[in-house]
Design a binder for this molecule. Sequence first.
Ligand SMILES: CC(C)(COP(=O)(O)OP(=O)(O)OC[C@H]1O[C@@H](n2cnc3c(N)ncnc32)[C@H](O)[C@@H]1OP(=O)(O)O)[C@@H](O)C(=O)NCCC(=O)NCCS
Length: 179
Amino acid sequence: MPTVLALMPPSASLRDSYRSLIAECVASGEALVPFTLAFENADFDAFLARLSDCAAGIGVPDGFVAHSTFWLVRDQTEVVGVSNIRHALTPSLRREGGHIGYGIRPSSRRQGLGIAILQHSLQRAAGLGLSRVLITCGKSNIASASVIVRNGGVLESEEYLADRGEVVQRYWITNGYTD
Ligand SMILES: CC(C)(COP(=O)(O)OP(=O)(O)OC[C@H]1O[C@@H](n2cnc3c(N)ncnc32)[C@H](O)[C@@H]1OP(=O)(O)O)[C@@H](O)C(=O)NCCC(=O)NCCS
């Protein structure tokens, strides 16, 4: 049977799979990307409500814009990735962060899912009216840079950011999807 992938809003039915994704990321010792992976989820209904509020711009901190979180789900049963789409850019996101952040479950990497989650996220971004999308990544993050380029990303600039202690690259993608 071919694998079926879908990028969908978070849901209670996949709670355990989502939690196992986070457990894998924590066990691997890496930073949680996108940042909503760090949201408390012990009360899962409250967690889902918070994400829903964020998408409506409700309760987001000062300086933040509305942002939507989606799960990449394999065969309707396994959360293999998470993406977060910022609905607009701020000067801070323009510098670092961009419109979309994404991460793939460590045990599911190198199977093309990184390319897939960004592709699906671009489709969602079109639904939010984003015809040009900024994506940033650390220059040493070869996998993420590949994901961006494979989705049509064109390098705009790179800059050493002292607060991150690394060179950050900024890529623009002309969104081939339309609303
Ligand atoms: C970046 C990330 C999403 C890539 O996910 P993935 O599922 O492994 O990516 P894919 O399998 O689609 O591979 C995409 C490309 O990266 C390459 N790649 C993947 N992992 C790599 C690695 N560790 N080293 C070098 N190249 C790598 C693949 O070979 C592929 O290259 P290709 O374009 O030549 O085919 C994943 O590593 C991740 O979640 N990292 C942590 C979070 C993060 O860094 N997010 C991006 C910041 S917004």
